[in-house]
Ligand binder design. Structure first.
Ligand code: GLU
Ligand code: MG
Length: 431
């Protein structure tokens, strides 16, 4: 086969990428996409379709590719052709939006914020993942070590080449603290593009690892005592191309609008984390002293806070307004980036509409503060918070939300007899 082929994909409610392929460019230019099945949205992390679900055997959809949301994957074998990869909306067969489509959910939040406040959010995803050799041997090397970096040299050079060629603008690649753990960060971009790139980056990392006889996993934990793999999302607000997050004089350097927007996230955090850290093992990571997100608060340069006010580097310029941003630390790769961005932006819109304010910006370690609220300690607790927060529920198509809760409930049942280590192993095998 020397005809290029295109894979048209969606990212589902458990963050997995699924789709169908066809001849390139015909399949993209036709404007009619490829067929898709509503019940596919009810797939659990481990493969089966959660039951009951709203769809059953009925209905048909189209995956309509977005020509802007694309990447080229090199062939997996010598002399093969590369694969064109496109992300898609799930639409009805007459082309109208399909309510439960997670990308449509994200669009609704982006449009709402823009329409009501003229605000555009720039976002940047930081991904941590673990690498091991395909036979299970460790990559080896010190935490943050040059030796660890060099042990992954072939992989990282190819990974960065693919990211650069696809215009993802990688900023750093580093050996992290955990055994075989690495992190890759990409430059800020408009929120929709950032979320699309997050989805594609995970596929590129796993795919590239395989080509070098390695295994990459984004599972939030590899074992109860292991270092977590987080997904941190950096956010800043912009209007008419100018940054509006920063104030030189106000508490935490947050402008009035930024304060309200981030207060919206804090206000609904207990429900929001169910949507951004959505697996049965996610909440083993979100504990104090793991530098993940040990408590619900906003804090200056604090890696235990749900929202971290990032440092303002003034080495080259005193004007920090363009780079000033806030980091949401309680996401992981078991959540769909479209849902993550959609949820955070809906919460920001809510905070701005209700003119919420932030009572305390934490300056100390979170255990020394009386003002930090507890994170849910299990996904069940977070799902209860979600099912009692009618504001958060109102952001969603009801079928999308019911399906999401149904899938995660089916995973509770599937894993209930397993030990914590066995649960981690199950997620490692699919993320
Ligand atoms: N590994 C930590 C997490 O689970 C993050 C450490 C860091 O600040 O980079 O989120
Ligand atoms: Mg890190």
């Amino acid at each position: 086969m020397n005809q290029p082929w295109a894979f048209i994909a969606t990212c589902d409610l458990v963050g997995h990428v699924r789709g169908r392929s066809g001849p390139f460019p015909k399949i993209i230019e036709s404007g009619e996409g490829v067929g898709w099945v509503p019940a596919d949205l009810a797939m659990s992390a481990f493969g089966g379709i959660a039951s009951p679900n709203a769809f059953g055997a009925l209905g048909d959809l189209r995956l309509i590719p977005d020509k802007e949301a694309t990447a080229i994957f090199p062939s997996t074998f010598e002399d093969g052709v590369s694969t064109r990869f496109y992300l898609a909306h799930q639409r009805n067969i007459d082309g109208t939006p399909w309510g439960p489509c997670p990308r449509t959910f994200m669009d609704s939040a982006i449009e709402k914020l823009e329409k009501a406040f003229g605000i555009e959010v720039m976002a940047s995803f930081e991904h941590e993942f673990a690498l091991e050799r395909a036979d299970g041997d460790e990559i080896g090397g010190l935490p943050f070590g040059f030796d660890a970096y060099r042990n992954a040299d072939e992989f990282s050079q190819e990974l960065l080449r693919i990211l650069i060629d696809n215009g993802f603008d990688p900023e750093t690649f580093l050996p992290e603290y955990g055994t075989g753990q690495f992190e890759v960060t990409i430059a800020p971009a408009p929120a929709r593009i950032a979320a699309d790139r997050a989805i594609m980056l995970r596929e590129i990392v796993r795919d590239t690892a395989k080509r070098f006889n390695l295994r990459a996993t984004f599972a939030p934990l590899l074992g109860p005592e292991r270092v977590g793999n987080g997904v941190h999302v950096h956010l800043s607000l912009w209007r008419d191309g100018s940054p509006i997050t920063y104030s030189q004089t106000r508490a935490g350097n947050l402008s009035v609008e930024a304060e309200s927007a981030f207060a919206g996230i804090l206000e609904h955090a207990r429900a929001i984390v169910a949507l951004t850290s959505s697996s049965q093992i996610s909440f083993m990571r979100l504990q104090p002293h793991r530098w993940s997100a040990g408590g619900i608060c906003i804090a200056k340069q604090n890696r235990e806070a749900l929202l971290r006010i990032c440092p303002q580097v003034t080495i080259k310029s005193a004007d920090v307004s363009k780079s000033f941003n806030i980091e949401y630390r309680a996401a992981d790769a078991t959540a769909n980036p479209w849902i993550v961005i959609g949820t955070l932006l809906h919460a920001m819109h809510e905070g701005l509409s209700s003119k919420l304010s932030i009572a305390h910006i934490i300056d100390e370690e979170i255990e020394d503060s009386q003002e930090v609220k507890a994170m849910p300690v299990t996904l069940d607790e977070a799902l209860v918070a979600l099912s009692t927060d009618t504001t958060v529920q109102s952001w969603f198509d009801p079928v999308l939300l019911d399906t999401f809760i149904g899938i995660r409930a089916s995973e509770v049942k599937e894993l209930q007899s397993l030990t914590p280590q066995e649960r981690c192993n199950r997620y490692v095998s699919v993320y």
